[in-house]
Design a protein around this ligand. Structure first.
Ligand SMILES: C[S@@+](CC[C@H](N)C(=O)[O-])C[C@H]1O[C@@H](n2cnc3c(N)ncnc32)[C@H](O)[C@@H]1O
Length: 158
């Protein structure tokens, strides 16, 4: 599990949901951890790599509207421009029935990666998300377990 996966599991413990989709899931560690913790929940993941179901988040997502209670993405939006991140959030919103959340990092003291975190509260408000919440990540990139204030777990209702 990534450092932030356990924080995501804790975040989900407060929610009622029957299905969850992880967009840009990589090798699927997070969805496996969610399935283990919530065995009755239907989990799915997609990624542009060949490790799981194919999707390209810059294009239309291969899912029906409102098809998952929660849609999440972790450490993916940071790679895209502000404009594309906003377009991706719009696509994610289409697929989500209740909530979206995503993990984004802006600083990692261990690897010296230093990205600027964008103003997600503003972007999500403009996209008409509700109940926008940002909580600091307890730890950031995999392996950076001592990293404090690395980024945020951002959630919003659709
Ligand atoms: C830093 S990894 C994060 C993986 C995983 N979410 C995690 O937290 O470990 C970024 C992921 O974004 C995926 N990705 C990059 N561009 C993408 C695109 N256009 N569509 C879908 N996935 C993409 C990559 O293949 C990679 O798995």
């Amino acid at each position: 599990m990534n450092g932030y996966d356990s924080q995501i599991i804790d975040h989900l413990k407060d929610r009622k949901f029957k299905s969850i989709l992880d967009v840009g899931c990589g090798d699927g560690d997070l969805i496996r951890a969610i399935q283990e913790e919530f065995p009755r929940v239907s989990v799915a993941g997609c990624d542009i790599s060949d490790k799981c179901k194919y999707c390209d988040i810059t294009k239309k997502l291969p899912y029906n509207a409102n098809s998952y209670d929660i849609v999440c993405t972790a450490a993916v939006l940071i790679y895209f421009s502000d404009e594309m991140a906003e377009r991706i959030l719009r696509k994610i919103k289409r697929v989500a029935r209740k909530e979206v959340f995503f993990v984004e990092m802006h600083n990692d003291k261990e690897t010296s990666i230093d990205y600027s975190i964008r103003d997600y509260e503003k972007i999500l408000s403009e996209l008409k998300f509700k109940n926008i919440q940002c909580e600091p990540l307890k730890c950031g990139w995999p392996g950076a377990n001592n990293c404090k204030d690395c980024g945020y777990l951002i959630s919003a209702k659709v």
